[in-house]
Design a protein around this ligand. Structure first.
Ligand SMILES: Cc1ncc(COP(=O)(O)O)c(C=O)c1O
Length: 308
């Protein structure tokens, strides 16, 4: 349905659910929630916008402060877009080995990038942003997506509500990966309010050294304060290989070119669907597709079998 909007921020949310017919077994419905349809191209548009709006509303963020945060990329793109649209300056701290495309996108909106040690990964970026903010508290607004309640709330009021609107009469399972854990926490809390039980499954890389960008191996990471282990019904591991292979299959068999965390989510969703089919059961599994695959083009592709 065509609609007229006043600002790019109004284009966030209401993403479609796509039925995956070719990678899923017959008899069980598997849907991908296409978060790349947000204006910044990822699921992170939702929490970024909500954190900014909530902070502008209560005065933690003003037009003369600089928004600063650590990000592996997608949240940074989102801050950059909404910073430009809302008139807020943005500085981002990210490991220097994130893809050039991501740096270029953020800089296109006027964002300043500060690089952290690539060997320290996203935890190193978190430590550096905290040092910078500690030195000049008055100058910055630090949303801290790992500890900010607006992050899961964006998914509670958005992602979860939209899934129920689209398939609330049939959904049996929900699958999302763990990064900041905002998607899993907020969406699951909303789905748990539904009249019928919905089994919510978190996806985690199976190893500390993994190639599923956007996801965290919690046992070897700083656990995000917004994470509550009691929220998901279950956590399933996913290997880098399985996530990458499902990304390839989604492109070739469904015409859906997605990032590797999305491949991991759909891999687990199909695993669940196959288990249901093997027991002769029906079901409806919804998985989050967090972003598009073109963010991960060269030089990462060739490393698939060798580095991770
Ligand atoms: C590509 C991608 N997938 C998944 C996630 C995880 O989402 P969340 O931070 O809500 O746990 C992120 C978060 O940065 C991401 O960028």
């Amino acid at each position: 349905m065509s609609r007229r909007i006043e600002s790019v921020v109004d284009a966030v949310g209401n993403t479609p659910l796509l039925r995956l017919r070719n990678v899923a077994p017959p008899g069980v419905e598997v849907y991908a929630k296409l978060e790349f349809a947000n204006p910044g191209g990822s699921v992170k548009d939702r929490p970024a916008l909500r954190m900014m709006r909530d902070a502008l509303a209560d005065g933690r963020l003003t037009k003369d402060k600089i928004l600063i945060d650590s990000t592996s990329g997608n949240t940074g793109v989102a801050y950059s877009i909404f910073g430009a649209a809302l008139g807020v300056r943005v500085h981002l701290v990210m490991p220097s080995n994130v893809s050039k495309a991501r740096k270029d996108i953020a800089e296109a909106f006027g964002t300043e990038i500060i690089y952290s040690d690539p060997l320290e990964g996203s935890d190193g970026a978190i430590r550096l942003v905290r040092e910078i903010v500690e030195r000049e508290k008055e100058r910055y607004f630090y949303p801290d997506q790992y500890a900010n309640a607006s992050n899961p709330l964006a998914h509670y009021h958005g992602t979860g509500r939209e899934i129920l609107e689209a398939v609330g009469d049939r959904i049996t399972h929900f699958v999302a990966g763990l990064g900041t854990t905002g998607t899993m926490m907020g969406t699951t809390r909303r789905l748990k309010e539904h009249t019928r039980p919905i089994r919510c499954i978190a996806v985690e890389p199976d190893d500390a050294l993994h190639g599923l960008e956007g996801l965290k191996h919690l046992p070897s990471s700083i656990v995000p304060p917004i994470f509550d282990a009691k929220v998901p019904d279950e956590t399933r591991p996913c290997s880098t290989e399985a996530g990458w292979d499902m990304s390839d299959r989604l492109a070739r068999e469904e015409g859906l070119h997605v990032g590797h965390s999305s491949g991991a989510n759909v891999h687990v969703a199909v695993q669940v669907a196959e288990e249901l089919a093997a027991q002769g059961k029906t079901g409806c599994v919804v998985a989050i597709v967090a972003d598009r695959g073109d963010r991960y083009f060269a030089p990462l592709k060739w490393e698939k079998r060798y580095i991770w």
